[in-house]
Design a protein around this ligand. Structure first.
Ligand code: AMP
Ligand code: ZN
Length: 114
């Protein structure tokens, strides 16, 4: 999708600080980090929100979670802990309508979240 920011990042039409890429997914640093480690993990396939995930995406979604764990290990935050977030629609504060897992870590997280 040409008008989707994260489709444009995955197509390299917009620069991003990409730390991982394969045929199905891309991971890059969030431009406005909320923690010492704040990485976004996205599928290359355009899916607008978590509500638009279908059965055919089951393997893809599993892949995103496994990548998140792999990156957490690489960044040295896996043992201490980290948070994975997928905001969905307005009340959750979703601003980019191409699903992305936020990988947040490197500091104590609070619960409940804001
Ligand atoms: P959400 O609010 O859950 O939709 O998350 C969107 C995230 O994308 C926010 O944390 C933004 O800081 C981040 N973001 C927006 N534009 C860019 C960009 N060009 N490169 C990297 N991250 C971005
Ligand atoms: Zn997209």
């Amino acid at each position: 999708m040409n008008n989707c920011l994260f489709c444009r990042i995955s197509a390299k039409k917009i620069p991003a600080n990409i730390i991982y890429e394969d045929s199905e997914a891309v991971a890059f640093y969030d431009i406005n980090p909320q923690a010492p480690v704040h990485v976004l993990i996205i599928p290359k396939k355009h899916i607008s929100t978590s509500l638009d995930i279908t059965d055919e995406d089951n393997v893809l979604i599993g892949h995103l979670f496994r990548l998140a764990g792999q990156i957490a290990k690489e960044k040295g935050i896996a043992e201490r802990g980290f948070r994975l977030v997928m905001n969905t629609n307005a009340d959750a504060g979703q601003t980019v309508f191409h699903i992305h897992l936020h990988l947040l870590g490197g500091r104590q997280m609070h619960w409940p979240p804001g």
